[in-house]
Design a protein around this ligand. Structure first.
Ligand SMILES: [Zn+2]
Length: 423
């Protein structure tokens, strides 16, 4: 007898009518017509059951702070950074914790059970670092929070940033961050990548840098990041976030760059909602989209995840923790409309970021953690199209959240009494 069986599931790989048997928080069997019984059963009724959503790039220290102390008028990245600088002295640990926990509630309700969040370590009090380390412990039973030590003001540009970054790592922050394009000069940016990669190699940590988040085609820190990842044997442990300059780079240069990124085992994290709103702001018309070259990187065998980046903060006024909204925007901006490409967009918010974060026991195979999301959709493409309802969210075999099926009632003469947006 199992603890839980979820019956009649369609899986993201297309297998249908599968039963998933769960015992002591793990998946123990996946096959059709399971004869076993269980203490609890859920009928998926042919709907899609996916491993949970994973957000590879987020800022939990600033989330849900929209309008404090004022709104970003220009809508640019640089005004966002300036605004965050104005807000930082006003932060309290309690307020950061409260906002982060509220966001984690939203995330759980949306089936988002693992988040890599950058935390700005440039505040000399390290308030946000302390707050998010506390939140990481607090949410551990229901959400995996991975923290990146992020020197928002530049690890070389801001005088104390390097020592504070090391202090944050000593306190238990998981990943080394950086922002080479924000350093004073291109040369300082290059130097910051070397310093930070060496620090990660010494400490056996992963690296995730905000890298080339600019429309300047000559911002080429990704090349340096790939170089040091390879030199230091960090393959599979390094991610370049944003990489928006690649959108504007010369095609010949990109044809040399992509194989180097692949060879170095560096992953890319695009942030479609933010990239499409922040990039191209200095253009008149035509306006560049600014998102990095997602299909081309995928075709080169590079892992590409989509991150949410921001929800209601100095950089972005919208969002609700819905990774299907992120995938939906990524699909549009990258023009990934083929069937296989749309499925890759679903992978970019599930299995690919799980690999980038190094999540243990993630997936739907026997032996994996019993972490599942039951979606009101028949397949990953329909899930993206509908930003489908998360009917049930399960973690370690326990139901954490439920949302009633979305069905509108109609009063249209001669038409059915209800409509569900599914064929
Ligand atoms: Zn970011």
């Amino acid at each position: 007898m199992f603890d839980l069986i979820v019956r009649h599931c369609t899986l993201p790989d297309g297998r249908s009518d599968q039963d998933i048997g769960i015992q002591q928080g793990r998946i123990v069997a996946v096959h059709p017509a399971m004869a076993a019984t269980a203490a609890q059963e859920i009928d998926a009724a042919g709907y899609l059951v996916s491993p949970p959503f994973v957000d590879a790039h987020f800022h939990m220290d600033s989330t849900l702070s929209y309008g404090q102390p004022r709104v970003n008028q220009s809508g640019t990245l640089l005004e966002g950074i300036a605004l965050w600088g104005e807000f930082k002295p006003l932060l309290t640990q309690e307020a950061i914790v409260d906002r982060a926990l509220q966001y984690c509630d939203w995330a759980v309700a949306r089936g988002l059970l693992a988040i890599r969040s950058h935390v700005d370590i440039c505040d000399p009090r390290l308030l946000a670092t302390q707050a998010l380390l506390h939140v990481r412990e607090k949410v551990k039973p229901y959400l995996d929070l991975q923290l990146v030590a992020f020197p928002q003001d530049g690890v070389l540009r801001s005088p104390q940033a390097l020592s504070q970054l090391k202090r944050a790592l000593d306190m238990g922050v998981d990943v080394v961050g950086g922002i080479p394009h924000f350093e004073r000069t291109m040369a300082d940016g290059t130097e910051s990548v070397r310093i930070l990669c060496e620090l990660a190699a010494e400490r056996g940590l992963r690296v995730d840098m905000h890298c080339d988040e600019t429309d300047d085609p000559l911002s080429r820190h990704i090349e340096t990041l790939a170089f040091h990842a390879q030199r230091l044997g960090l393959q599979g442990r390094v991610a370049g976030s944003h990489l928006t300059s690649m959108h504007s780079m010369d095609n010949y240069y990109v044809s040399k760059l992509l194989p180097l990124i692949k060879e170095a085992g560096v992953a890319a994290i695009a942030n479609p909602l933010i990239n499409i709103t922040l990039q191209g702001r200095h253009d008149s018309y035509p306006k560049r989209r600014g998102m990095t070259r997602v299909p081309e990187m995928l075709a080169s065998g590079i892992d590409v995840a989509f991150g949410h980046d921001c929800v209601m903060d100095p950089w972005y006024s919208l969002g609700s923790g819905d990774m299907l909204e992120v995938a939906h925007m990524g699909l549009h901006v990258a023009q990934m409309t083929g069937q296989a490409a749309m499925r890759q967009c679903f992978e970019a918010v599930t299995t690919t970021p799980a690999r980038i974060l190094g999540l243990d026991g993630y997936g739907l195979e026997p032996g994996c953690h019993a972490d599942l999301v039951l979606l009101q959709a028949r397949d990953p493409v329909e899930a993206i199209r509908l930003r489908a309802n998360r009917l049930a969210v399960i973690r370690r075999g326990q139901v954490l959240a439920r949302t009633p099926p979305q069905v509108a009632t109609l009063s249209v003469p001669g038409r059915p009494a209800s409509v569900s947006f599914s064929l």
